[in-house]
Design a protein around this ligand. Structure first.
Ligand code: GDP
Ligand code: MG
Length: 306
């Protein structure tokens, strides 16, 4: 399926939620206090978050003043522009393949996040994505808590025909990462993607294990460009926000991969993520299949919201 079509489909629920309300108020004749109050309410209801919604309304009012706009339907385009601007705030404009972040090779990409958000699946999709860019990819089974976790990753490795580095269940995650790095250096792998165990973000010891993995990568693979992406499940809406905050205390998060947008009306959370946590969204997950991952594009996202 064409990329745009897939994103349009994935955004259906979020769009349905936004569009009806947005169309109604922008169809009115006056830009008055009621208009702004109700628009703010629509944003809050749609998971944009209170703080971010208030900021958006303030910015919209200001733009309306500057541009001397008097009709709601003219303000609609301004709202879109403000939303796109927010989504681009922390993005690296230089980049060519992904509008959010410039990925340089060789690289190590560490994938973190709580259980069940879609880390392992996303890694399978990322392997496919980078292979399509003609990059050599290897996967590291850093989730050593459950045997099933390595098996699941091994399946994605074989589907993508890429190498996987794994140890037995219960092994030290940092040791698997160490082996992964040795292999990547020897084989001059372009992209090494590290899966990690899903952790309760309240468990300090597990978070410290992440710090250790990060230290190994920093120390053992000096030549690599390092990225840490947190996977967030869009279906939990605002609850995803606290996950970024806590992970950020232990490991620097370079970007967000927002999964399961296909199954939720809570896509508005993306604005709160970018604005409040100053973290760009780098990819979005739009389904369970190998090619259901797209580099995040602010324009496409906003233009398909309402
Ligand atoms: N609909 C949908 N399901 C997804 C997406 N990403 C992951 N999943 C599903 O979410 C579930 C948990 O995924 P998994 O990769 O095992 O999560 P992990 O525990 O974070 O590694 C699986 O059933 C995946 O198929 C997505 O973008 N859309
Ligand atoms: Mg997993």
């Amino acid at each position: 399926m064409a990329i745009i079509k897939k994103i349009i489909n994935a955004l259906k629920k979020t769009r349905d939620a936004f569009r009806r309300a947005i169309d109604e108020i922008f169809g009115r004749i006056e830009l008055n206090d009621d208009f702004f109050e109700e628009l703010e309410e629509i944003l809050v209801i749609n998971d944009v978050g209170i703080q971010t919604s208030v900021e958006i309304i303030d910015e919209l009012k200001q733009e309306i003043r500057i541009k001397k706009i008097t009709k709601p339907n003219e303000a609609k385009q301004l709202l879109k522009e403000i939303l796109i601007k927010i989504l681009k705030e922390n993005a690296d404009e230089k980049d060519k393949i992904n509008s959010a972040i410039e990925i340089k090779y060789p690289c190590v990409i560490t994938i973190v996040g709580v259980n069940g958000v879609g880390k392992t699946t996303t890694i399978g999709k990322l392997a496919h994505y980078f292979k399509n860019l003609n990059k050599d990819v290897s996967l590291v089974a850093g989730d050593t808590f459950r045997a099933a976790a390595s098996e699941q990753l091994a399946e994605w490795a074989s589907r993508n025909k890429v190498k996987i580095i794994k140890h037995a269940e219960g092994a030290d995650a940092a040791a698997v990462v160490f082996d992964g790095i040795s292999s990547a250096k020897a084989k001059k792998t372009d992209v090494l993607i590290v899966d990690t165990a899903g952790r309760l973000h309240t468990k300090t010891n597990l978070m410290q294990e992440l710090e250790k993995i990060n230290r190994i990568i920093t120390r053992e693979y000096i030549d690599a460009n390092k990225y840490c992406f947190i996977v967030l499940d869009a279906t939990i809406g605002q609850n995803a926000l606290s996950q970024i905050k806590i992970f950020n205390e232990y490991i620097k998060i370079d970007g967000v991969i927002l999964t399961k947008l296909d199954g939720t009306a809570k896509g508005g959370v993306i604005f709160a993520i970018v604005r409040q946590y100053k973290t760009p969204v780098v990819f979005i997950g739009v389904g369970e299949k190998i090619d259901d991952l797209e580099p995040f594009d602010p324009e496409t996202f906003v233009n398909n919201l309402f």
